[in-house]
Design a binder for this molecule. Structure first.
Ligand SMILES: NC(=O)C1=CN([C@@H]2O[C@H](COP(=O)(O)OP(=O)(O)OC[C@H]3O[C@@H](n4cnc5c(N)ncnc54)[C@H](O)[C@@H]3O)[C@@H](O)[C@H]2O)C=CC1
Ligand SMILES: O=C(CO)COP(=O)(O)O
Length: 332
């Protein structure tokens, strides 16, 4: 099947950057935005001033407020914050044409249900054709054409290959996988772990602690992914380790910068005040903790982050707690 058009649901930074990519790839792209000022800003100035300032959008990109306008698109990219995926895709269900691939680009686990995004989609639009796009990719980098590589996971390898070619653009390289669960688990956990890395950095605990945290965090990510039915090999790729390294290395990450603020002594409320953009690690931390407990998977770093964010404990207490855990064999 040849894809000529793409609909992008959600015009935050990442939806807008991905619309830029599909525009560069030559697809007629319709970007759905929920905020009237975003629609106006893109229509009048070709820039999403609210969420991706300074980036002039490709001529192939148009904007709409109405999700129904995406009904005719050959391909859908779903990019709302993870906690809103269910409501957004339920609203789109009446307009979905069976067989149209939906590429899930949100990173998180739904609170309450503890479900991955693919499961949320399956309940919102039963029978939808699904793929997952995830990996180390700051919207600001991608939308400026800086080199980026991501994982594109699709259970149907032939469709995955078509999507891989369709979504590739100069500087944007999707790598193919078939393990959706591993790709989703990697993207969801790296955000929680980046908050921990920010705390370590903000508290001035040093680069050695930072490296140890990334490594032990990766072990948690791998354990949970495997317990969910994903593959360790997938998590070792761009969607897991790759994204963990990126997000834990730069204050450009909203999650790491939240952790930095907490490590420097701000409260969660102060750190999030006035922010319009989403920090998915904050949103998903309680779900990661509950899911890991339910599956009997040990995730001490994610547990600690969830406890700090919920105000159950303090940064200093969790650092002491992590450092006084019993010594053990190093393995995943
Ligand atoms: N920004 C980035 O560099 C990257 C983001 N992502 C993922 O993309 C997803 C979207 O994040 P961003 O585009 O960065 O968002 P953003 O933080 O730039 O913007 C917030 C978004 O939330 C939407 N929103 C607010 N309330 C809503 C509601 N009630 N229902 C539906 N949508 C609502 C806004 O319309 C806006 O699109 C997240 O899961 C994030 O982890 C993935 C890769 C890179
Ligand atoms: O997912 C991302 C990079 O791959 C973006 O990270 P933040 O949401 O922490 O900014």
């Amino acid at each position: 099947m040849e894809f000529r058009s793409a609909g992008v649901i959600g015009a935050g930074a990442w939806g807008t950057a991905l619309a830029q990519v599909t525009g560069w790839a030559g697809l007629d792209t319709l970007l759905q935005a929920r905020e009237p000022e975003v629609v106006e800003s893109i229509r009048e100035r070709r820039i999403n001033e609210a969420f991706l300032p300074g980036v002039v959008l490709d001529d192939h990109v148009n904007v709409t407020a109405d999700i129904a306008d995406l009904a005719a698109c050959d391909l859908i990219l779903a990019v709302p914050p993870a906690q809103h995926l269910r409501s957004v895709m339920t609203a789109f269900a009446a307009h979905y044409r069976p067989g149209t691939p939906i590429v899930l680009c949100s990173k998180g686990i739904e609170r309450g249900s503890l479900k991955l995004m693919t499961d949320v989609l399956a309940e919102s639009i039963p029978g939808a054709t699904v793929a997952v796009l995830s990996g180390p990719s700051f919207a600001a980098d991608v939308s400026r054409g800086l080199p980026t590589a991501v994982t594109l996971a699709c259970a149907d390898a032939a469709l995955g290959e078509e999507l891989m070619w369709t979504l590739s653009a100069p500087g944007f390289r999707p790598y193919l996988a078939t393990d959706l669960i591993g790709a989703e688990a990697g993207g969801a956990l790296k955000n929680v772990l980046a908050i921990a890395c920010g705390i370590v950095e903000g508290r001035g605990l040093g680069k050695s602690a930072h490296a140890a945290l990334i490594t032990r965090g990766f072990a948690e990510m791998t354990r949970l992914a495997v317990a969910l039915g994903g593959e360790a090999e997938t998590v070792a790729g761009l969607c897991g380790l790759g994204d963990l390294v990126l997000t834990c290395s730069s204050p450009q990450s909203r999650n790491m910068s939240l952790g930095l603020a907490l490590g420097q002594g701000q409260t969660v409320e102060q750190a999030l005040a006035g922010k319009r953009s989403v920090a998915e690690g904050y949103e998903s931390a309680p779900a990661v903790r509950d899911l890991a407990r339910k599956l009997g998977v040990e995730t001490p770093i994610c547990e600690a982050v969830a406890a700090v964010l919920a105000g159950e404990t303090t940064v200093d207490v969790v650092i002491d707690g992590l450092l006084s855990r019993p010594l053990k064999v190093e393995r995943n």
